[in-house]
Ligand binder design. Structure first.
Ligand code: IPE
Ligand code: IPE
Ligand code: MG
Length: 236
């Protein structure tokens, strides 16, 4: 594995701006999503080359279910195609695939595909690629709280035993280190219900470009920016 100094162990990306990219070109929004899939490939490859261990991509939020049916359908079809095409590379590139989010809301075909690829790649080591699909951080936190409350009510856990480590172990990201770097494309300065717990101390880099224009050099530049930051974690 390449050994560059100070490479973020975990990069999380809010892949935003596909619709505006398409609009600028007079194309349907679907074409923006299609072009965005190419950025996903390139960013994944770049992470492997840099030695990043975890890459989490926000691909579809809980709130994105409020979009028109036709756009949701197009996104799910593109996701199926992406996963089917990517299957070979996951093996070749030694990528472990994980999915987080309310996966039971996804179409059965997509869910099955995700389950199969996660199982087949569980032992892969070069990069863990986490797809956030039908994902909402508040929902994730509420569901962890509910599981802890159920354990406490059943007498399996004392309320005073609940601390940050115990709480994090009930999130879907249990076992995954918190993101060091959070990148959002398309210039928006907001988090949009993404990994609210996990990004407590992430360095945030906002990039003006729309996601389909975000490529290898843009990720390298974001990592360079991260390397120029001084992380303090509340101390001096
Ligand atoms: C990001 O691009 C992809 C998803 C949210 C699924 P958008 O579809 O949000 O594109 P904009 O932000 O409208 O340009
Ligand atoms: C965030 O983008 C979700 C994803 C990138 C999947 P949105 O486009 O949905 O977020 P808002 O609506 O601009 O906050
Ligand atoms: Mg958007």
């Amino acid at each position: 594995m390449p050994d560059f100094p100070d490479i973020p162990r975990h990069i999380a990306v809010i892949m935003d701006g596909n619709g505006r990219w398409a609009k600028e070109r007079g194309l349907p929004r679907r074409e923006g999503h299609r072009a965005g899939a190419e950025s996903v490939r390139e960013v994944t490859d770049t992470c492997i080359d840099l030695g990043v261990e975890y890459l989490t991509l926000y691909a579809f939020s809980s709130e994105n279910w409020n979009r028109p049916q036709a756009e949701i359908k197009a996104l799910m079809e593109l996701l199926d195609r992406f996963l089917s095409e990517k299957a070979k590379d996951l093996k070749k590139q030694d990528i472990r695939l994980l999915a987080i989010g309310q996966l039971d809301r996804l179409p059965e075909k997509t869910r099955k595909l995700l389950e199969r690829l996660s199982a087949e790649t569980a032992h892969h080591k070069a990069l863990t690629l986490v797809l956030a699909l039908s994902y909402g951080a508040r929902e994730e936190i509420v569901s962890a709280a509910r599981a802890l409350a159920a354990d406490a009510a059943a007498g399996r856990l004392k309320p005073e035993e609940i601390d940050c480590t115990v709480f994090a172990s009930r999130l879907q990201t249990a076992g995954i280190p918190d993101p060091d770097l959070l990148v959002r494309t398309s210039g928006e300065m907001r988090v949009s219900n993404f990994l609210l717990w996990q990004i407590s101390y992430a360095e945030i880099v906002i990039v003006k470009k729309f996601w389909p224009d975000f490529r290898r050099n843009d990720l390298t530049e974001a990592v360079n920016e991260y390397q120029r930051r001084h992380r303090r974690f509340g101390a001096l």
